[in-house]
Design a protein around this ligand. Structure first.
Ligand SMILES: [Zn+2]
Length: 90
């Protein structure tokens, strides 16, 4: 199984468990021990330390949505520019 954060193969844990760790709130998938220790746990600690509620949507999905929204922005901006230029030609 691949780590949902760094995409490398998930390591086998000391107890023989091969399923990795819960990668939430970074991603909805599973992750390797390295990502769990260096990314997921510090992220959870940061939420707890700041007193913020744990997110209900994985951060990876939020970023994906934001990228999609930005892509849409680009398209509409381009279309607006095109429309404006068309108007100028007339
Ligand atoms: Zn990883």
């Amino acid at each position: 199984m691949k780590c949902s954060i760094c995409t490398s193969e998930i390591d086998v844990q000391a107890n023989g468990y091969e399923g990795g760790h819960n990668a939430f709130p970074l991603s909805n998938g599973r992750c390797c021990t390295k990502c769990n220790d260096t990314e997921v746990i510090p992220m959870r600690m940061a939420f707890i330390a700041s007193g913020r509620p744990m997110p209900t949507v994985a951060i990876k999905d939020v970023l994906k949505e934001q990228r999609k929204a930005r892509a849409l922005d680009d398209v509409s901006l381009k279309n607006i520019t095109k429309e404006v230029n068309k108007g100028k030609k007339k």
